[in-house]
Ligand binder design. Structure first.
Ligand SMILES: Cc1cc2nc3c(=O)[nH]c(=O)nc-3n(C[C@H](O)[C@H](O)[C@H](O)COP(=O)(O)OP(=O)(O)OC[C@H]3O[C@@H](n4cnc5c(N)ncnc54)[C@H](O)[C@@H]3O)c2cc1C
Length: 287
């Protein structure tokens, strides 16, 4: 399929990009790796008249540490995330999750910024960002602002980004040394989006849960932060009765669509199964 005609722009700086996007308004979209936007254009699910390619902006690339935060430039590819020793050492759940996105071809092109700014509930990184308490750096004609990932997602493909704004970086507070984390994803085959997936980051105090955070993928029209489920687990030894209550609390906030991955009831149950597995594996990592 061939996408509809569009004008192509390649700004060299963040200011140039935001000025262009503000000027062109609703008819323009930023282009990152193109691995969600171009397929949507080919399917005529999106038909922007202008694409503003962010690939020429050097300032949007790279991974660095700023105090306790790991700061990932929006145009860092998913492959670069996987290859980063810094990410593997400080926030290993990001590497684990990125390895479950699609396949190497997609990950060589697809970016971290595109994955989280897209607003597709099927994208894997957003729920992990909610789980980690990440903040998104956003720049528009009015300057820079920071939006907590937990307040960014409004509904499917609708985010806190305003016309003219781009996401420039994702800022992640590194979890404490000795934390445990896991991302469990049920998919029909390699390269598929999640039927359901769960992210867990926890710390232990002896054998008991000191802190816990949970994110869920593709079981509502936004990624979910399962705050109540995590609260149920705090202080527990992850005994089966408490895990069961936490799983029920997580399942209760889901409202998955029915699609080729299964009916809503099945996907809700699979979110619970993924959560129980992620909890067990995160605890092993913490030990
Ligand atoms: C076959 C296939 C399988 C896939 N499987 C998975 C999967 O299992 N899990 C998964 O998570 N993803 C999957 N993807 C999607 C992939 O991860 C995409 O790369 C990602 O969703 C979008 O990143 P991108 O850089 O390609 O963004 P693009 O496609 O260029 O952009 C996506 C959207 O985000 C906007 N955007 C991009 N960057 C910015 C920015 N910096 N600021 C503001 N807006 C921005 C664009 O305007 C567009 O609306 C799959 C893709 C394909 C083709």
């Amino acid at each position: 399929m061939i996408p509809p005609a569009f004008a192509y722009h390649r700004p060299a700086s963040i200011n140039e990009a935001t000025a262009l996007l503000a000027d062109l308004g609703e008819d323009a979209r930023p282009l990152a790796g193109g691995h969600s936007l171009i397929p949507m254009m080919k399917l005529r699910l999106a038909s922007p008249e202008h694409l503003v390619d962010l690939a020429g902006i050097a300032g949007l690339k790279g991974i660095r540490q700023d105090g306790n935060d790991i700061v990932i430039g929006a145009m860092t590819t998913q492959h670069e995330l996987i290859a980063s020793d810094q990410v593997a050492a400080k926030v290993p759940i990001l590497r684990e999750t990125a390895l479950l996105i699609a396949d190497p071809q997609v990950r060589y092109m697809g970016t971290v910024g595109g994955n989280v700014a897209n607003g597709d509930p099927g994208n894997d990184l957003p729920a992990v960002m909610l789980c980690l308490g990440a903040t998104y750096q956003v720049t528009g004609p009015g300057g820079e602002r920071r939006v907590p990932a937990r307040q960014f997602y409004r509904s499917a493909f609708v985010t806190a980004l305003e016309v003219g704004e781009i996401l420039t970086a994702v800022r992640i507070p590194a979890p404490p040394a000795g934390h445990g984390a896991a991302y469990e994803k049920l998919k029909r085959k390699v390269g598929d989006y999640a039927t359901a997936a769960a992210a867990v980051v926890l710390t232990l105090n002896g054998d008991r849960i000191a802190t816990c955070s949970i994110g869920l993928t593709n079981v509502a029209d936004t990624p979910l932060w399962a705050e109540q489920a995590a609260q149920i687990l705090a202080g527990s030894a992850l005994d089966s009765a408490t895990v069961k209550r936490a799983v029920a609390a997580a399942e209760a906030i889901t409202s998955p669509a029915s699609d080729t991955r299964g009916p809503p009831q099945y996907r809700t149950k699979m979110a619970g199964v993924m959560l129980a597995r992620a909890l067990a594996r995160a605890r092993e990592h913490a030990r």
